[in-house]
Design a protein around this ligand. Sequence first.
Ligand code: NAD
Length: 264
Amino acid sequence: MDRFLEGRTALVTGSTSGIGLGIAELYAKAGAKVMLNGFGKPEDIAAARASVGKLMGVAEAPYSAADLSKPDQTRQMVKDCEAQLGACDILVNNAGIQFVAPIDEFPDDKFDAIIAINFTSNFHAIKAALPGMKARGWGRIINIASAHGLVASPFKVAYVSAKHAVVGMTKTVAVEVAKTQITCNAICPGFVRTPLAEKQVHDLAVQHKVTDQVALEELLLVHQPSKRWVEVDDVAQMALYLTGPGSGSVNGSALSIDGGWVAG
Ligand code: NAD
């Protein structure tokens, strides 16, 4: 694989599983030094650090345990990345949670948590990382939004609101940095095969008393014309493209990777 990220550093939030881990592994394969972040069982975090570390040629990748619902911990995570890797050239705001309920039954604490983790943490991380990117004259900010950053579905008021806000913040940052060698883009996946999405399929199957496969094709992917999961590696390849040669004029975009969902 072309190691065009040799000499670059990356911080990928929520990279102990799913999409974030896939992005971290691909960046490390392309030569970047990567800091991981996220929750999980100690053995799963250790496994993620070992697998990304191996691709970096070290025993374990650096890791921040920052809770991104906490602004001070989010800022400290960026500082730790700069201290341990020497820079934060690429910031991927990926950490996210989900909760599904009608708005009149939506628990306040769940709403606040989704806004804090899926949206507000992006603001604090970008604010903390931008001065270093400006000083070094290069940077890439990639916000993992969602098809739900562009269109709504019922019962996801916090998630849809947070992801639309992420797309709005992406555009604002992009126009602020437009004259520099820094870019800020959002990736808007449809349903990606990860623990977060597979749990939704199972919850739907239980709720509607159908099999997981029927829930997948007829309930979850009802708006995804491909009727197939987007794979983690597809999203990781898009995140890699945004850091690579030829990506410098892609700025402020909300890039769909959703099997045709928002085209429909
Ligand atoms: P996942 O559950 O596998 O990963 C989420 C990550 O976020 C984990 O590492 C988790 O530990 C971390 N995290 C959760 N709360 C955190 C907190 N308070 N502080 C720090 N880390 C925290 O889910 P995923 O599907 O890989 O989701 C990654 C991103 O992609 C999310 O922003 C999600 O909204 C988005 N997304 C997912 C899909 C999908 O279908 N899976 C589709 C569109 C967008």
